[in-house]
Design a protein around this ligand. Structure first.
Ligand SMILES: NC(=O)c1ccc[n+]([C@@H]2O[C@H](COP(=O)([O-])OP(=O)(O)OC[C@H]3O[C@@H](n4cnc5c(N)ncnc54)[C@H](O)[C@@H]3O)[C@@H](O)[C@H]2O)c1
Length: 279
């Protein structure tokens, strides 16, 4: 299967890695060759680590990297059987891209979006063949976390859903099916829950360390909520909370004031060197 990945940022680079290690010739499209090369460098770094740990042979790494080609031209995705979009989270940009992909790819190619918070149905409605559009929601980091939510939009065909599901499964992922609803499965549950955790910090005057200690030891969480929000990124979590709140309107979905303050101060979690913890 020939695969296209559009956008090689945090998610796209990881998805392209899943694709090439899964045995697929993969075309990665970015807005500039510099950004495309940065995406490739991310994949090289990840695979080098896998070789160091003995999880991948040097030969397999070379074969996988050889399957990746980079481009800035959407037209180079014309031969793809599956295109996975992972560009900025903006409805207008995604609709424009899907309309273009719809024009240049074969009508039986499946077009997937990795959107976290937008409606897959609204993205699909920018195309003339919405039946071939689905959501494929990977989790960060995509090469590590097994889950992929396969999202059926209003007009997705059974074939498109099955092709996306089978592809993810063959690539070693754990796909699950769901309908196109705000937050899909995991974010619908996890975002308000993490917001509750953050509110408890102030309500019960608990330190981040103690809250994490409480949830790991009292509820069996593999990682405490403050450590998790730091890993996800305060800005990413606030944005996802705002989107879910705007769509479903439950108070607990709105970002807690503490997180909004941390975002304004640039304390974005691991990536900025400080969030609830210092890194
Ligand atoms: N970061 C996460 O934890 C996460 C998890 C699941 C899903 N998502 C979703 O994945 C998508 C990408 O998020 P990200 O965190 O990787 O963002 P990012 O900013 O790291 O990467 C986006 C990339 O897309 C590129 N881009 C923008 N417009 C483009 C276009 N028209 N064609 C090609 N490339 C283009 C940008 O140059 C950038 O490199 C978003 O829809 C986001 O909601 C993110």
């Amino acid at each position: 299967m020939k695969v296209g990945v559009v956008g090689l940022g945090t998610m796209g680079a990881g998805i392209a890695q899943v694709s090439v290690t899964g045995g697929h010739d993969t075309v990665g499209r970015e807005v500039s060759m510099e950004l495309a090369e940065r995406g490739r460098a991310t994949i090289e770094r990840y695979l080098a680590r896998a070789v160091e740990k003995g999880k991948l042979s040097g030969e397999k790494r070379d074969v996988a990297l050889g399957r990746l080609t980079l481009t800035t031209e959407v037209s180079e995705l014309a031969e793809c059987d599956l295109v996975i979009e992972a560009i900025v989270e903006e409805l207008g940009a995604k609709r424009e891209l899907f309309a273009e992909l719809d024009r240049i790819t074969r009508p039986d190619a499946v077009l997937a979006t990795n959107t976290s918070a937008l409606s897959v149905t609204e993205i699909a409605s920018a195309t003339e063949h919405p039946e071939r559009v689905v959501g494929m929601h990977f989790f960060n980091p995509a090469p590590v976390l097994p889950l992929v939510e396969i999202v059926r939009a209003e007009r997705s065909s059974d074939d498109a859903v099955r092709i996306a599901y089978d592809w993810a499964e063959r690539a070693g992922k754990q796909p699950v099916n769901c309908r196109d609803t705000p937050g899909f499965i995991v974010n619908r549950i996890l975002i308000p829950l993490l917001n509750d955790c953050v509110r408890v910090l102030d309500e019960a005057n608990v330190s981040a360390e103690d809250l994490d200690k409480a949830l790991t030891n009292g509820a069996g969480w593999p990682m405490g909520p403050c450590a998790l929000v730091d890993l996800v990124g305060i800005d990413v979590h606030v944005h996802a909370s705002e989107a879910l709140h705007a769509q479903l309107g439950e108070d607990r979905m709105a970002p807690p004031a503490r997180l909004v303050r941390m975002q304004a101060e640039g304390r974005l979690g691991r990536k900025s060197g400080e969030g609830f913890y210092k890194y």
